[in-house]
Design a protein around this ligand. Structure first.
Ligand SMILES: NC(=O)c1ccc[n+]([C@@H]2O[C@H](COP(=O)([O-])OP(=O)(O)OC[C@H]3O[C@@H](n4cnc5c(N)ncnc54)[C@H](O)[C@@H]3O)[C@@H](O)[C@H]2O)c1
Length: 325
């Protein structure tokens, strides 16, 4: 475990739980440049702690896999060291801060033949997994990810912090390139964009509207989409899915007798647990992970395009002057 701040501690907790539940793994060590934090988390989960990655690697040459949960700006430097030491990596999302960094990671993982996964957690949300068999031809998405303000992850804006989860899901559902991006965003509390809305149009004609906010008064994480004869609604937080189908006489009638609704059975699981189990499986089997570095790069490229469009829109409407009024 490299980096045990707000989110990295969760990785450590889940690895320890998996170890205690009999998964063939051993949580060897916790690294954090904040030594007191490393020590505290090491004590909490019964393993050694280190103030630097070099110390861990020289003490434990048997390290096989690691989670990289340092701030995004440091993903490349930390993952580079691990990959060069022959360690497989799970790198948190967003994969990197720039596409050049992402490309360097892709090149290194390939050169050193490492299993490398990106932490796009929602792919492992049981509700998302239950939806996949129903996907035919999505034509319109409406996505909301709203959270209350907390002073974390402020090194990136809301697009790279929150919206990127949904960008990755929409890209994985729509098998078509993005053709047009129209975005708007505003800084509210952090000095970076805290609330953003984007309209994406795909070559297939599919349109996706996404809103992400980290300054909301409520917490909402919903993705809804329409495809021929169907409307599908995912609540990431509740881990449930509703599938409405026109003319489905086997389903329970909904508000309209011609529209049947089905709630697919879902086996609830903490998405992080499913993600780490999947990463460990890929490490053991030397297989391609469920979320590849290419997927992480694709979501990052779109997120950066949205960030650019937000800045263009800000200049067009003279946002700086508006903000100073
Ligand atoms: N998948 C998700 O849903 C999700 C949620 C939250 C955060 N994240 C991602 O996880 C990563 C960490 O986010 P966070 O909110 O936990 O950040 P954080 O600032 O709370 O924690 C980062 C930790 O890394 C340590 N650190 C920094 N540089 C280091 C280095 N070179 N070596 C060792 N330790 C170092 C810091 O001391 C700190 O303890 C980010 O990439 C973020 O985007 C993902």
């Amino acid at each position: 475990m490299i980096g045990v701040g707000a989110f990295g501690r969760n990785h450590a907790r889940v690895y320890k739980e998996l170890e205690q539940q009999g998964e063939p793994l051993r949580l060897l060590g916790i690294v954090d440049q904040d030594v007191r934090r490393a020590d505290a988390v090491g004590r909490e989960f019964g393993c050694r702690s280190f103030g630097s990655l070099d110390q861990l690697l020289t003490t434990h040459s048997e390290v096989q896999a690691a989670s990289v949960t340092v701030p995004t700006l440091h993903h490349l430097s930390v993952a580079r060291k691990l990959i060069e030491a022959g360690v497989d990596v799970l790198i948190e999302k967003p994969l990197a801060s720039t596409l050049a960094e992402a490309d360097e990671l892709l090149g290194m993982a390939k050169k050193h033949q490492r299993v490398a996964q990106v932490g796009h957690l929602e792919r492992f949300n049981p509700a998302v997994r239950a939806t996949i068999p129903f996907i035919t031809q999505p034509m319109f998405f409406e996505v909301h990810r709203l959270s209350v303000f907390s002073p974390r992850a402020l090194d990136v804006d809301v697009v790279l912090d929150l919206m990127i989860h949904d960008l990755d899901i929409v890209l994985s559902f729509v098998n078509s390139p993005v053709q047009e991006v129209r975005a708007v965003g505003l800084p509210i509390l952090s000095g970076k964009t805290d609330i953003a809305n984007v309209r994406l149009e795909f070559a297939s004609g599919c349109v996706a509207n996404l809103t992400a906010s980290r300054v909301s008064t409520e917490r909402i994480r919903k993705l809804r989409f329409f495809q021929p004869r169907q409307y599908i609604s995912i609540d990431y937080g509740r881990q449930d899915v509703l599938v409405f189908t026109v003319g489905d006489s086997d389903a329970t009638p909904s508000v309209n007798p011609q529209i049947g609704v089905v709630k697919p059975p879902i086996k609830s699981e903490e998405p992080l647990r499913a993600e780490l189990r999947s990463f460990l499986d890929a490490v053991r089997q030397r297989s391609i992970p469920t979320v590849t570095l290419e997927d992480g790069r694709r979501a990052l490229a779109l997120a950066l395009q949205i960030v650019d469009d937000i800045h263009r829109h800000g200049s067009r409407i003279n946002l700086e002057k508006l903000a100073s009024l």
